[in-house]
Ligand binder design. Structure first.
Ligand code: FRU
Length: 552
């Protein structure tokens, strides 16, 4: 979201609701060629040690909820109405809290308030009453939450430390300033602080405060806030002893390589390669190149800008005052639908867990989901691993165990594509591929019986790139830039590509090589398009292993 006054190309009003009620949608089937559907007999072209290691189960397609075909099974969505950024991610007294940008009264972006859900395991979420409601004075934009263990704010007591939310109040005048609300009943009810705002620069684009406790030697420390001056493409850092009064520390930016705006920063330390003696800091910033709303594609706009919104990160150092980057930013996720990613405060065992909003401002308000709109990505545990000589963010999804419904080992793939005999509604596919003689190999999911509708996750051997192709993934016509192919360079490791793909009713999240590369994309397939197939082109690839785990 961008400033109301300076960004006229951003849709401020709810667009006409797309003709999206299930049954009346036009499913996009431009290519009606047929591909063989083979679900029995010999599954793979080569029999070399083909081995079914698990019973095939769940072959009947699980039904989508009537009238709600895109509601995910393993991703958080509000029961009704609009959701964007995750806010206030914090763990407290055995529960993970997910607050989020929410319109309590409609499926379009408006009336910003903080919705709320809780979970004990990051897998199943229970929606709670609205936590912080926008009012006539101000809307409640993005921010963070802390547990004020030392009761520095005085909102609680030593025995019952308060939860404190630090959010952006977006006033009717357009001014954006940082404000507080607190809860002394484990996040059930929230009170806005009377002295709001607590930090005001007189700016109309100062927002998205992420606050964390910065420990110094022994038991000392102070609160650090990162926020953005969005249009200036700057992260501004402040410190406080009590969350009430703030003084400036430093600034990071402005970004020079980019035309868009910066939003939703986060800053946290991580050990490199698991070595606690070698810590680097990661600064996450979401980028919103709102200037490219005017598509179809213009030749001189780089593919990066066509991507719309995305979350990037810098690796560097933070000395308690200033962040310095070791190099340019990289994408946390190379798909289209991973925005406003931020991490939990106080997660158990020092884990660093990120969630992001699974959408893109380029078309977020048009997605054809009906009475609800907006889903979160799977939570992902982050770590730093040295890849090609530099610390690289690794993302590992957190999802339920599920049950294995199909498994194969050591088989050849190709030349025909082979449809698996299982069709779970939500699932993970784990595949270990070797290219063999193939030019391209991969998986197809959300595939219709005639093969015309499909989402392809494939590897181009010569280019060394992994792609997710959603150009024929179902309903792709609700937004002009929705049909797309996302690609990222993924070097083979020991001659292999390891792939984990999480497939839900309206999304695909692909994790390659253990999470060093990820692609997250929304898709809106016909619920009957639920075949999974494996294929190669130009030769035979090999699958060391293939496992399908139902997660719904
Ligand atoms: C990011 C964002 C934030 C803002 C919020 C408003 O998607 O634009 O910068 O606080 O959404 O809903």
């Amino acid at each position: 979201m961008i400033d109301d006054t300076t960004s006229p190309d951003f849709p401020r009003t709810m667009p006409a609701h797309p003709a999206s009620s299930p049954g009346t949608d036009t499913w996009y089937n431009p290519h009606m060629h047929r591909s063989p559907r083979r679900t029995s007999g010999l599954l793979f072209a080569s029999t070399a040690a083909a081995l079914v290691v698990a019973a095939v189960a769940g072959t009947a397609p699980a039904a989508a909820a009537p009238g709600d075909p895109f509601r995910p099974a393993m991703h958080y969505t509000p029961a009704r109405n609009w959701m964007n950024d995750p806010n206030g991610l914090v763990y407290h007294n055995g529960r993970y809290h997910l607050f989020y940008q929410h319109n309590p009264s409609g499926p379009g972006w408006a009336n910003m308030s903080w919705g709320h859900a809780v979970s004990t395991d990051l897998r199943t979420w229970r929606e709670q009453p609205i936590a912080i409601r926008g009012d006539r004075d101000a809307e409640i934009y993005s921010g963070s939450a802390v547990v004020d263990h030392r009761n520095t704010s005085g909102f609680g007591t030593a025995g019952n430390p308060p939860m404190v939310a630090i959010y952006t109040a977006r006033y009717r005048s357009g001014r954006q300033a940082q404000s507080l609300a607190y809860s002394t009943d484990d996040g059930r009810t929230w009170t806005k602080y009377r002295g709001n705002p607590v930090l005001d620069r007189g700016s109309t684009n100062f927002r998205d405060p992420k606050v964390f406790w910065y420990s110094t030697d022994g038991s000392g420390g102070y609160w650090v806030m990162t926020a953005v001056e969005a249009l200036d493409r700057k992260v501004v850092l402040y410190r406080s002893d009590d969350l009430l009064t703030w003084r400036p520390l430093s600034e990071f930016g402005p970004g020079s390589d980019y035309r868009g705006i910066w939003e939703c920063p986060d800053l946290f330390p991580l050990p490199v390669d698991g070595n606690p003696g070698r810590t680097k800091w990661v600064l996450v910033v979401s980028h919103n190149p709102a200037t490219v709303d005017v598509l179809p594609p213009v030749p001189d706009i780089s593919p990066r800008l066509l991507k719309g919104t995305g979350t990037r990160y810098f690796v560097g150092d933070f000395d308690g005052t200033r962040f310095t980057a070791d190099g340019p930013p990289r994408f946390v996720d190379d798909g289209r639908d991973f925005y406003a990613g931020v991490t939990f405060n106080d997660a158990p065992a020092n884990k660093r867990i990120m969630m992001a909003w699974m959408s893109n401002w380029l078309y977020a308000q048009q997605t054809p989901t009906g009475r609800w709109r907006g889903a979160m990505t799977l939570p992902r545990e982050l770590s730093l691993r040295t890849v090609a000589g530099r610390p690289t963010l690794i993302s590992e999804p957190i999802a339920g165990q599920g049950r294995t419904v199909y498994s194969q080992r050591d088989v050849a793939v190709g030349p025909d594509d082979v449809t698996l005999p299982v069709r779970p509604r939500a699932y993970r596919v784990h595949a270990e591929f070797r290219p063999g003689t193939a030019r391209r190999f991969g998986l197809t999911v959300h595939k219709s019986a005639d093969g015309a509708e499909r989402t392809r996750i494939s590897y181009d051997v010569a280019a060394g790139t992994l792609s997710v192709d959603r150009t024929r993934s179902g309903n792709v016509l609700f937004g002009p830039v929705f049909p797309s192919v996302e690609s990222v360079r993924v070097p083979l490791r020991d001659g292999k590509l390891s792939l984990d793909v999480y497939v839900d009713a309206s999304s695909v999240e692909a994790f390659a090589q253990g999470g060093s590369h990820t692609i997250t994309d929304l898709v809106f397939p016909n619920p009957a398009s639920n075949d999974i197939s494996v294929d190669s082109a130009g030769g035979q690839a090999r699958l060391d292993s293939l496992t399908v785990t139902a997660t719904d």
